[in-house]
Ligand binder design. Sequence first.
Ligand code: HEC
Ligand code: HEC
Length: 166
Amino acid sequence: MSRLLRSLLRVALASSLGLAAPVAMSQSAGPDGGLSLPLRGPTPVADPAPAPRIQPIRNTAARETRNYPEQPPVIPHTIEGYQIDLNGNKCLSCHARSRIRESQAPMISITHFMDREGQFLATVSPRRFFCTECHVSQTDAKPPVANSFIDIDSLITHLKAGGSAK
Ligand code: HEC
Ligand code: HEC
């Protein structure tokens, strides 16, 4: 393999790992929904703050609701030790088309077979190979800031009842 390809792959791996790392923060929201303390805690800016504790991964058999149709579903099970690299992809050992009878896992959807021109390939598209770029497992960490996200169905019900869009 060319050196360029290898370094490209390394970058892809590093960014997928970086994005997928579950962020664990122990900061709580203040009474007005704002922060009672900065996210890094009371440590002065010039000092290194203690690393946040790694939170246990939520491990269930129940698929989670998606917040909008295009959302990559979150991973409901633990993925500890699941390797995704040049030599293999542990996720596909259950989620590949040919494995779902045995695993009873949902198959990767048809979009995962499409290349960037929208052509369907016979196997998973290289741009969907690094699953954890998009799919992440969950922790029960407290959200560091308040979140006022409203699901579209709730918004439609609200508007139908004469509420404002704001
Ligand atoms: C041992 C088999 C197995 C492996 C390996 C596995 N999964 Fe799963 N996965 C399942 C099963 C079964 C479900 C259905 C829910 C459940 O039973 O946990 C599931 C559910 C999911 C879902 C939720 C789908 C939805 O529609 O809500 C996602 C996303 C997912 N897995 C991604 C992954 C990724 C990414 C990896 C690799 C890091 C992976 N899985 C590895 C078996 C597996
Ligand atoms: C570029 C982002 C991206 C990557 C990479 C990716 N997915 Fe997905 N995945 C999505 C999105 C978005 C959806 C929901 C829409 C759809 O089905 O395309 C989804 C849906 C799914 C579903 C639910 C399918 C269903 O019909 O309910 C499973 C299971 C899944 N992905 C597993 C995987 C696995 C395993 C990998 C790695 C081999 C992977 N995904 C790689 C974005 C991604």
